[in-house]
Design a protein around this ligand. Structure first.
Ligand code: FHN
Length: 592
């Protein structure tokens, strides 16, 4: 009995581990010689991702059991036998699907490309496949190929069209990756899977749906570098211009995809890349998930990604009738309205060369800088550090010229009012080629804002302290990523933050961090403005990637700044011990 229990526990552990590994496998390396036809992708900035499959029929519910989290993983989480899961196809009848409406929605949203799941991990082909009968034409009462009309409608709307294809995970097939509840891992022949289903279906997609902008591979496995290269050569032979996502594996893709819901900490450079988010928290349609990002959140997300030089591909999950979620339709159209007016500051831009400022972010074009103002300072002066000469500045929305003055260490542009609550864009005509982005520059702090953030990315760590992206989730698979200052365990493991405090006055200092209960109570010290401030940490939550990570805000000081200027804030543990905390932000809140 005892032995049985141990075996049971061990199997559970192996399953949990395997799931974790599979879910977190985000191949980000790209080829040193990527496909040269990628300029359209770099300029596009905004795309629509669609996860559609049999999981939309279930919506996260299987035999009365509710699966919160990413709905397209329900089969795996419930260890649902492939034969039973396949029954979903018998009811899948998306009679409300209208290719032109979907294409129009993407266009209205200001998106420039669309990528849809041709086959997700469940193994079901959403297209007419001669390779496997487990497809929408043969196995459902719908008996039509929605991908044919969609590919056409999207191209007719002037957008690029691409397919997502899960090349390794296939829970329907004995030789496919991932299904160990039906099929014996030891007997799997991955090469046979690639030979008989994956590669032939990829060829069908390339041969039968016209010109593809890209193929979005996901979660590689089972192929060597040479075999991956052969797959890429096959793609190139059929469609030389078709781009390939980095998740083809083995560092051979054309453009880099970050992790699900992840934005790189700083601008990664010149290569083509994409940040991928879903509109709510699930990729596939989920009956429970109403955590839709608001239009303002989407505009700011798109701006954040553009300010680092990448694309945002935003996912929507249509239901089994073929309808898009109500709030996706409504909010995406509002984003489109903003882009109609302000698109010049997003499409075709490269990363902004000014660090994030308390008012917002920047994007750039050869002779232009775009200031994306999220918060207007009380005095209306948008301070741009390090920029000394400009030709003119104007509101992008109505071309109204704006006055500017030389300020201490840069230029200040007078913004009379915020014209757009999502993001007010100021266009700046430059006089000379700008200097390059400097992430180490001091952070501007002033009493003209409700709060000022010194984020982990602004830290200059010392000793063993380091800046790290921490990954965690709320429900299953809805990954979140937060950049934190970590590994501060001795007084030598600390960090300095440089703040350019432009307005004297009182500032309240608040730390925002996560700290496991078992480690809470350790002491730290912060030095600012000539004084040491001690504190003891408070408990939040343990850190596990499959659990929520909770952050707390703890005020540790008030300081009076008498003179504007450069200040150093130094923080570190008071004694030797365990990791003090995972520090996300130090807030400097003006006391007005
Ligand atoms: O497992 C999939 C998940 O279902 C979804 O398709 C995402 C989108 O990037 N990709 C995988 C996880 O990274």
């Amino acid at each position: 009995m005892k032995q049985l229990l141990i075996i049971l526990l061990l199997t559970q552990f192996i399953f949990i581990k395997t799931n974790a590994q599979e879910t977190e496998r985000w191949d980000k390396e790209v080829s040193a010689t990527p496909n040269p036809s990628q300029q359209w992708f770099k300029d596009a900035k905004f795309g629509m991702f669609i996860h559609w499959g049999l999981f939309a029929q279930a919506g996260g519910v299987w035999q009365g059991k509710d699966y919160y989290g990413i709905s397209e993983w329900m089969m795996n989480r419930g260890k649902i036998p492939a034969v039973n899961y396949a029954e979903l196809a018998k009811k899948f009848n998306p009679t409300k699907f209208n290719a032109k409406e979907w294409a129009q929605l993407a266009k209205d949203a200001g998106m420039k490309y669309m990528v849809i799941t041709a086959k997700h991990h469940e193994g079901f082909a959403m297209f007419d496949s001669k390779v496997s009968d487990f497809n929408i034409v043969k196995a459902t009462p719908y008996h039509q190929d929605p991908m044919k009309s969609l590919a056409q409608a999207v191209r007719d709307a002037g957008l690029h069209f691409g397919f997502y294809y899960s090349q390794y995970l296939d829970w329907h097939e004995p030789n496919g990756g991932g299904n160990r509840w039906d099929f014996n891992e030891a007997k799997k022949d991955y090469q046979a899977y690639y030979r008989t289903k994956s590669i032939p279906q990829i060829k069908e997609l390339l041969n039968n749906y016209g010109s593809l902008g890209l193929i979005w591979f996901d979660m590689p496995g089972g192929l060597s570098k040479e075999e991956t290269q052969k797959l890429i050569d096959d793609v190139r032979k059929i469609q030389p211009g078709c781009l390939i996502s980095s998740r083809v594996g083995n560092g051979l893709g054309d453009f880099k995809d970050y992790g699900d819901g992840e934005i790189p900490a700083t601008a990664p450079g010149d290569g083509a890349w994409e940040a991928l988010f879903t509109h709510n928290d699930s990729w596939g349609y989920s009956k429970f998930d109403y955590n839709f990002k608001t239009p303002k959140e989407i505009v700011r997300l798109l701006t954040t990604v553009s300010s680092k030089g990448g694309n945002l591909i935003l996912n929507v999950g249509p239901d089994s009738t073929g309808q898009m979620p109500e709030y996706s339709v409504k909010y995406l159209r509002l984003v489109g309205k903003w882009l109609k007016v302000n698109g010049e500051a997003i499409y075709g831009t490269t990363a902004g060369f000014i660090n994030p400022q308390p008012w917002g972010l920047t994007t750039s074009k050869p002779d232009k800088l775009y200031l994306h103002v999220f918060e207007r300072p009380k005095d209306g002066l948008i301070f741009i550090p390090g920029l000394y000469q400009i030709k003119k500045a104007y509101l992008l929305a109505n071309k109204q010229p704006l006055a500017f003055v030389k300020a201490n260490g840069g230029i200040s542009i007078k913004l009379p009012y915020l014209i757009d609550p999502y993001n007010t864009v100021i266009a700046v005509d430059l006089k000379s080629k700008p200097i390059s982005l400097n992430v180490d520059a001091p952070v501007t702090v002033s009493n003209q804002y409700t709060n000022n953030a010194l984020d982990a990315i602004n830290a200059h760590p010392s000793g063993k302290a380091q800046i790290k992206s921490i990954t965690y989730s709320h429900y299953f698979g809805d990954w979140k990523h937060t950049l934190c200052l970590v590994e501060m365990a001795t007084p030598e493991d600390g960090a300095i933050f440089l703040a350019n405090i432009t307005t004297p006055g009182d500032y309240k200092v608040t730390l925002e961090y996560a700290c496991p209960p078992a480690l809470a109570g350790q002491e730290g010290v912060m030095n600012l403005n000539g004084k040491n401030y001690q504190f003891a940490t408070l408990a939040t939550s343990d850190y596990e990637s499959h659990k929520p990570l909770l952050f707390i805000k703890q005020t540790i000081a008030i300081t009076t700044i008498l003179k504007a200027g450069l200040y150093r804030l130094n923080i570190h543990p008071l004694h030797n011990g365990n990791e003090l905390f995972k520090l996300k932000t130090i807030w400097l809140e003006p006391v007005n």
